[in-house]
Structures are given as structure tokens and as C-alpha cells.
Ligand binder design. Structure first.
Ligand SMILES: *Cc1c(COP(=O)(O)O)cnc(C)c1O
Length: 329
């Protein structure tokens, strides 16, 4: 098969490994030899560096983006009887995390241009039981956090940002975790910053929330054999901290490279093929077809294109040409 016809993958982990070279393997090997496999210095360094790089005071590493959402909700005191407003156009975890802590997801439709939760529509979904807003940042674009902060302040709500797709993002000068009380990140391998396995982090400027999160991820334990609340085991593996420490310094350049490709018109990448409210597991939330027409329409027109930072320029051109040909057909 000629190079021009070879398939272009949505992400290229082999190219990424080749780029990072021996640094990645050395980092993993050093953890193996250290015998410190859970949390420890690599994870602590990652928490501090990630928080600093994303412009917030505290980072609490956890075992996945889903756990970041669940523990974030728990730290905010969200539980049974509460409602949380989020987007129907996201990965299912955005709503499932709310249900998992015993609360009820209230969905509101998205903006047709950006596919992001619309603050005006979210305001209409706020009721007397609403405790928090959970806007989702998609494909590196951030929801209108100034509008969500204003809404939250007006109605006495907390804001948990689903930043699983927003590493290194900013809007109007504000990074995730700045205008919301908490931001939840995922380091699933396909995310802009991916671990070599599962990983997540909650960022915040609130020292008390950070303290609560550290307890919740470790069985409500502020010190060995002391348990002051009911938590879970959501600690990050040292291997993931070490891998993420090697990759983190490259994040700004990788994001810039994705944006260069986006400027060429290649970043039309849109998932999800089915909005959250139309999944079988979402039936208890009480929605049906037609309830969120923008999200439903977007879900029928989804197109996911490769825009990873290791895409060669010639490959990017091929993707762009293919899209243009499709658009003309
Ligand atoms: C990936 C993702 C999650 C879940 O993160 P995991 O690390 O896979 O648990 C949640 N929300 C959004 C928007 C995501 O893209």
C-alpha cells in the first residue's frame, strides 16, 4: 500500500512513544524499581505541576475522569434528593456520575454552533432541588463559564466543570477550575493528555475542597488508620503519574498543533452518536426523543476526524481534501 493510501488513525500512540523516546520508558522503569506503586512522589509532582500549568492552586489526582466527577460531586455535598444540571451531548459518564452519587441529572440542550451546554437553557432547568451545575467542555472548547458562574451565584449553586476534554484550555482568560468550584479531568489514553492506563484529576482553588477530595479518594482517611468520612479507593497509580510527568511539558505545543490543524478546517471532530437521554440507562431520568432537539440533531451529523499532534502535514491535507470532497458531493 502506498503511503498516500495508508490509513490515518484517530490517534497515533506509537508516534507519540517514538517522540517521547527513552524518557517514557525510563520513568516507568524508575517507578518499578522504586516499589512505590500507589500515589507517591511522581503523583504528587504531577498534581502540583498540572495545577500550576492550568492556573489553579490545587490538583488532586484520582483513578479516572469518572471518579474525578463522582468525588467532585461528593466533595460539593451533592447526594440523594439533589439535582445537577448537565449536557445531553457528552460522554455518558457526565450524567452517570450524577446518578451514581444518588442525585438526579437534569439535562438542558446545547448550543447548535458549539455543541456545548447552553447557559440560558441550563437556567431554565434549574429548580428548587438543584444543587449544582455541571457544564461539559467538549473538544477543547470551554463552555461559557462566566455565564455559568453568574447563574450559579444568582441561584446559590456550585459548579463542577467536566474538563475531561479541556486540558490546557482557557476561555476569556479563565482556565477550568477558576470560575467553577471544581474541574474534573480525565487522562484516558485518547484524551489530549493521556496516561498509559486510567487516570483523572480534580483541580480547584479551594483548599478545603482539595482536602475533602484527598480524603474521599482514600477511604475518607486523613491519616493512616483514621477514617473520618465514607470515601472510596480512587487513588492514582504511580506509573500513571510518571507517564503523565513525561507528557505534561509537551501539552501546550501539542494543543497548539491540534489548533493549527483545526485552522485548516480539519477539526470538525464531533462525537457522540447518541445523546445521553436516549440511552437505555437514562430512562429513569425521564426524558425522551424530541426533548433536546439540538443535541439529537448533532448526534445524527457526527463526524470524528483525526487531529492528533502527531498527524503529519501531508496526512492533514489528505483529511482536509476528503472532507472538502464530501462537502461538495
Ligand atoms: C472521557 C470523559 C469522561 C470520563 O473519563 P474516564 O477517565 O474515561 O472515566 C467524562 N466526561 C467526558 C466529557 C469525557 O470525555
Amino acid at each position: 500500500m502506498s503511503k498516500a493510501a495508508s490509513p490515518i488513525a484517530p490517534l497515533d500512540l506509537a508516534a507519540e512513544r517514538a517522540f517521547l523516546g527513552p524518557a517514557l520508558e525510563a520513568a516507568v522503569l524508575s517507578v518499578l524499581r522504586s516499589g512505590r506503586y500507589i500515589q507517591g512522589p511522581e503523583v504528587e509532582r504531577f498534581e502540583a505541576d498540572f495545577a500550576r500549568q492550568s492556573g489553579v492552586a490545587h490538583g488532586v489526582a484520582v483513578s479516572s475522569g469518572t471518579d474525578a466527577l463522582i468525588l467532585g460531586l461528593r466533595a460539593l455535598g451533592v447526594g440523594p434528593g439533589d439535582e445537577v444540571v448537565t449536557s445531553p451531548f457528552s460522554f455518558f459518564a457526565s450524567a452517570a456520575a450524577i446518578a451514581w452519587v444518588g442525585a438526579t441529572p437534569r439535562l438542558a440542550d446545547v448550543d447548535p454552533e458549539t455543541a456545548l451546554l447552553d447557559a440560558g437553557r441550563a437556567a431554565a432547568a434549574v429548580g428548587p432541588r438543584t444543587r449544582a451545575l455541571a457544564p461539559v467542555h467538549l473538544y477543547g472548547q470551554m463552555a461559557d463559564m462566566r455565564a455559568f458562574r453568574a447563574l450559579a451565584d444568582k441561584r446559590g449553586l456550585a459548579v463542577l466543570e467536566d474538563a475531561a476534554q479541556a486540558h490546557g484550555a482557557a476561555r476569556d482568560g479563565a482556565t477550568p477550575g477558576t470560575l467553577g468550584e471544581l474541574a474534573a479531568y480525565s487522562f484516558y489514553p485518547t484524551k489530549n493528555l493521556g496516561a498509559a492506563g486510567e487516570g483523572g484529576l480534580v483541580s480547584t482553588n479551594d483548599a478545603e475542597l482539595a482536602r475533602k477530595l484527598r480524603e474521599l479518594r482514600d477511604h475518607g482517611s486523613p491519616a493512616k488508620y483514621v477514617h473520618t468520612s465514607i470515601g472510596t479507593n480512587a487513588r492514582m497509580h504511580a506509573f500513571q503519574g510518571a507517564v503523565l510527568n513525561v507528557k505534561l511539558p509537551h501539552l501546550p505545543a501539542w494543543n497548539a498543533r491540534r489548533a493549527a490543524l483545526a485552522a485548516q478546517g480539519i477539526a470538525a471532530g464531533v462525537h457522540y452518536p447518541r445523546p445521553i437521554h436516549l440511552h437505555e440507562a437514562a430512562r429513569p431520568f425521564g426524558y425522551g426523543p424530541g426533548d433536546f432537539p439540538v443535541a439529537e440533531d448533532l448526534s445524527l451529523r457526527v463526524l470524528c476526524l483525526p487531529v492528533h499532534p502527531f498527524l503529519e502535514d501531508a496526512q492533514g491535507d489528505r483529511v482536509a481534501e476528503a472532507v472538502l470532497t464530501l462537502a461538495e458531493a
